[in-house]
Design a protein around this ligand. Structure first.
Ligand code: THU
Length: 135
């Protein structure tokens, strides 16, 4: 499958990043089972810890609009005015994504719209803790 559109959506979302403290800009684009894309950027706080990552911004936007089923997420992160890099999601975001992404969901790590790595979500969070543990 070609993820160029989703990669470009993550790159576009990165342009909206509010990151005056780290100057590290991240964008994410989450694909629903029905083909809709929800985007998000990182949003920082002067108090630092309330900062929200791009992945969780996209996830919270989608879930708060009633979405529950996702098949892929693209993530584009790099320093402002810096060289593009492969930016992997932080542990907190991996845990939050585990709430909604199936093990076989695709995680696209975006350098450019045509240069990205594709992983399954299970590669990023093996042996994760999830709802099934609470049964
Ligand atoms: N950040 C994300 O938005 N997603 C990631 O996967 C890694 C880190 C943000 C948080 C903070 O605003 C900045 O990048 C530097 O840590």
């Amino acid at each position: 499958m070609d993820y160029e559109n989703l990669a470009q959506a993550a790159l576009d979302a990165r342009e909206k990043s509010y990151s005056p403290y780290s100057n590290f800009q991240v964008g994410a684009a989450l694909l629903t089972k029905n083909g809709k894309i929800y985007t998000g950027c990182n949003i920082e706080s002067a108090a630092y810890s309330p900062t929200n990552c791009a992945e969780r911004t996209a996830l919270f936007k989608a879930v708060s609009e009633g979405e529950r089923e996702f098949t892929a997420i693209a993530i584009a992160g790099a320093p402002q005015n810096g060289t593009p890099q492969y930016c992997y999601p932080c542990g907190v975001c991996r845990q939050m994504l585990n709430e909604f992404l199936p093990q076989n969901a695709t995680v696209i790590i975006v350098k450019t719209a045509t240069d990205y790595k594709a992983h399954t979500f299970s590669e990023l969070l093996p042996f994760g803790f999830g709802a099934e543990n609470l049964d």
